[in-house]
Design a protein around this ligand. Sequence first.
Ligand code: DSN
Length: 424
Amino acid sequence: MATPQDLLFLARQDDDVHNAIRGEEKRQEEGLELIPSENYVSKTVREAVGSILTNKYSEGYPGKRYYGGQEFTDEVEELARERAKKLFNCKYANVQPHAGAPANIATYFALLEPGDTVLGMDLSHGGHLTHGHPVTYITKIFNFVRYKMKDTETGEIDYDEMREVAKKEKPKILLAGFSAYSRELDYQKMADIAREVGALAIMDAAHIAGLIAGGAHKNPFDYGFDVILTTTHKTLRGPRGGMILTREDKEIAQKIDKSVFPGLQGGPLMHHIAGKAVAFGEALHPSFKNYAHQIIDNAQAMAEVFDREEVRMLGGGTSNHLILADITSFGIDGHVAETVLDEVGITLNKNVIADDSNPPMKPSGIRFGTPAITTRGFTEKECARVAELMVETLRNHDDEEVKKKVHKEIRALAAKFPIPDKHF
Ligand code: DSN
């Protein structure tokens, strides 16, 4: 983790913020991060994000900016774009979205007219808020319809229903992607359905971008997908941010550029774009392939333990980095499970399960995954042990002695695998 010198000025000048950061540093170092959308960036990425690039306004795109003094910002953004294109094998990249949600929203505005329809995954079956949940403003502008899993025990998507809904609703976008789904999608089937109804095929790869970049999962572009939306800070292990990739259609890419700026955002966060460039460079390194595969092997090792202990997993296990477990068999809800596991040094999140009858703040499930602990160097052996400790804690959720014992073992594991400054 960060050495004390990293915060030298902060330590001298602002005790309050300094102490809060030190507290978080300790929390990250001493606990295990199992939130599947989190990761640990390298110190190299942190140096770029903490750089003087934060001082610069750069509205526009390389070679076409609204302010002067852009020779180095242009270089940084070009590096990020070129590396992203190489990673995902596509022709166009917009690296300016501040996060995943603005990337998705900018894409809707680029490619849809008000009232147009998007067919995406139901939230309780694994989809994301920005795929059309009624609490979001985009549902006031666009029409969202949903597909679901056919079988929650295998995770198989109901592609027949998807085709029927697509034929009836005539979506302009068929949206793949998820934030709480543990299996791989059939991109060929989805691309075929999109073509059949004249929709664009778009993948929200926010969660699995690193698995795709590392060759551990299929690349939707290889099946004719038009656009990939993603965050950069999950399995891709970059700084917080978003990105939009276009396979080959220049007109689509130009519409997306205009939609990100000036349509939705103002000045790009050039320090974050530099961090993205560094992270993409790291993901291009051969060792990233091992990392991506290890994430999945580790998640499967955890799933094996849950299976053995007869804890129900949505989708019956995992083919990616995450597990969504129904923990009602322990006689608790997801909120209690999250709290109890936090007490023993394991951070994860409560989550709704398919067609959950419980409310989102007290749902029936927990969601956890392996991107961050894999960065720490955990292999199947340590991951299986963590899963055993999770089950033991959940079974004995009100036994203080058991929790104390588990916490001690978690701290020892965390100490044995410190968060690395370098990824290769
Ligand atoms: N918050 C992210 C996640 O945890 O999946 C998605 O927005």
